[in-house]
Design a protein around this ligand. Structure first.
Ligand code: NAD
Ligand code: MLT
Length: 534
């Protein structure tokens, strides 16, 4: 499989991908038009914040399975479109938070003490220090917008500078404010009117775009300082320019411009213009938040591992999947396998259209995070019938598009197993269910096959043979399989009532062709033969 890397990541990451057997093409600074021409040759793309993984690119990327965002923000990726196409989007949100937080704090010092301006003046042998009287952070109020991963680190560091820390973040609990010793602002206005320093740490969303505009800036105290090391456009650049010019904002430090310049061109090749660059009290850095040796290493290694796992079909914590820690995913692995297998049974054995799927969790499973297990059921259910790629990312959407209802419930009642996963398939006429359990943390068993009780260890090929419960059936089945050189690995019989119907679960070593299945069907008393492939 082939991976294209369009922005710089650590060499260790590239080496890891190669060691997994992937072909890796590093194509830095590629124009969007050129990328469009070649993207169909790749199974995965790794980007940072500049490459736009938009609808057009996704459309052309016919073979794309994974988009790796080396870093945090995913505003350059059309995640919804990826989800529709079943493309897994992975990022590394934890890997560069310290780097970004430290830059934000560094920029705060820079604009309180005029460090960049003094540095430039000193280079010119202008040592007239009286021109560079700054202010102290100590005792001032910092207003943090967005108290997430980075905002909270900034809060801790600035508390260390003895600043009063207030924050506005309507999406987090009061407990989180308490945890970081931060005063909560109920409204943005409350923050704007009190802060001497404003630092913004929200993602870029339609709600946060331009959230600090002309009106908001004018609400701030005169002489306020502003740091934006989150995303370009969160602070309106025109409004900021005007306020820096007339002194309402004393200084600003902006790591993220809108639009962003090219970070690979030499100065003489740059055709980038931005009025903020003309102002001495605007300190501009080139999206440098994540640029530390440590973060580069962390991000490169982490994204390579995620992309490699996702390409190998392993389940990974993805942006377009329910949130889940990697440790939890490892623990859930046997349940995910069981769920997929139960989902796969239906259309391999039945034909009636399913109108609703009900997943019931019992026993220990009640306490687990079951969303991803349900997705695994849906993935298995769709797998035999949908030709397009179906995975954890798009299974629920695909099911919805087919008009199939899906519900999940939990039951504490359990008589035989410590955990039980039941999948009920509702058709117009009836309800059919299959169930399974996990023993000793990893041993999967199918325990209910459409009402027949079993205790069967699933194997890649199983013949499920429904028949009249009468003597001689095993012998005839065995004879036909033997005559066709098909070895039986395991076999189990289940009947609902003596003399009525039974089902034989026959695990075979090789796939059984249609001709042999037909012969089995012709045995007197055989009602139905299904080959279940897992
Ligand atoms: P995060 O998701 O951990 O935290 C974001 C916080 O913003 C959340 O707590 C959320 O509730 C809050 N929020 C969302 N909408 C809000 C709104 N309208 N008003 C107030 N708060 C709101 O994200 P993070 O990892 O802390 O990253 C923060 C920003 O930093 C992102 O934009 C990310 O892309 C950017 N970033 C930049 C660099 C860089 O190089 N400059 C590096 C890493 C991250
Ligand atoms: C991020 O979102 O991780 C940062 O903006 C860093 C980057 O993209 O390089």
């Amino acid at each position: 499989m082939k991976i294209i890397v369009t922005e710089r990541i650590a060499d260790e990451g590239i080496a890891h991908l190669k060691s997994c057997g992937f072909v890796v093409d590093v194509a830095l600074g590629l124009q969007h038009e050129d990328l469009l021409k070649i993207i169909e040759n790749y199974d995965a793309i790794i980007v940072r914040s500049v490459t736009k993984v938009n609808r057009e690119l996704i459309e052309r990327g016919k073979n794309l399975k994974v988009v790796g965002r080396a870093g945090n923000g995913i505003d350059n990726i059309d995640v919804d479109e990826c989800t529709r196409k079943g493309i897994i989007v992975v990022n590394t949100p934890e890997s560069n938070t310290m780097a970004a937080a430290e830059l934000a704090v560094g920029l705060a010092f820079a604009i309180f003490r005029n460090i960049p301006q003094v540095y430039m003046a000193s280079k010119r042998k202008d040592f007239r220090r009286s021109r560079f009287i700054g202010n102290e952070l100590d005792g001032k109020t910092v207003g943090i917008i967005g108290l997430g991963r980075i905002g909270s680190i900034v809060a801790t560091k600035l508390k260390g500078c003895r600043m009063r820390v207030i924050a506005y973040d309507p999406y987090i609990t009061d407990e989180r404010f308490r945890k970081f010793g931060v005063e909560k602002c109920e409204t943005l206005e409350e923050l704007l009117t009190q802060a001497d320093l404003i630092t913004i740490h929200t993602p870029k969303t339609p709600e946060t775009y331009n959230m600090i505009g002309e009106r908001e800036i004018r609400m701030c105290k005169k002489g306020v300082r502003i740091v934006n090391a989150a995303r370009g456009g969160l602070v309106n650049e025109k409004a900021l320019y005007d306020a820096l010019k007339d002194g309402h904002v004393a200084a600003a430090a902006i790591d993220v411009l809108e639009p962003e310049p090219s970070y690979d061109k030499a100065p003489e090749e740059q055709d980038y213009h931005n009025p903020l660059l003309e102002l001495d009290n605007a300190v501009i850095t080139p999206h440098l938040g994540a640029s530390t040796m440590e973060a580069n290493h962390n991000v490169g290694v982490a994204i390579a591992a995620l992309v490699a796992s996702a390409l190998k079909g392993e389940i990974v914590a993805a942006v377009n999947m329910p949130p889940m820690a990697t440790k939890d995913l490892t623990e859930l692995k046997p349940y995910l396998d069981l769920a997929e297998l139960l989902g796969k049974i239906y259309y391999q054995a039945e034909k009636e259209t399913v109108e609703k799927i009900e997943v019931v969790y019992s026993g220990d499973l009640v306490r687990k995070d079951t969303k991803v297990i349900s997705l695994s059921v849906l993935k298995g259910f769709l797998d035999p019938i949908i030709k397009e790629k179906v995975n954890y990312v798009n299974a629920e959407l695909m099911l919805k598009n087919m008009g199939v209802e899906f519900t999940e419930s939990k039951s504490t009642q359990l008589d035989k197993y410590t955990n039980l996963l039941t999948v009920k398939f509702h058709t117009k006429e009836r309800q059919l269910s299959v169930a399974g359990t996990v023993f000793a943390r990893e041993e999967i068993r199918i325990v209910d096959f459409f009402g027949y009780k079993l205790d069967f260890e699933p194997t890649p090929y199983i013949l499920a043979i429904q028949n009249i419960d009468k003597p001689g059936m095993i012998g005839q089945i065995g004879t036909i399989l033997g005559a066709n050189n098909i070895n039986i690995a395991a076999m189990q019989w289940s009947r609902n009532r003596k003399g009525e119907k039974a089902v034989a679960f026959v695990s075979v070593d090789v796939p059984v062709n249609g001709h042999v299945i037909e012969k089995l069907r012709q045995i007197d008393g055989v009602l139905k033969v299904s080959l279940l492939k897992f």
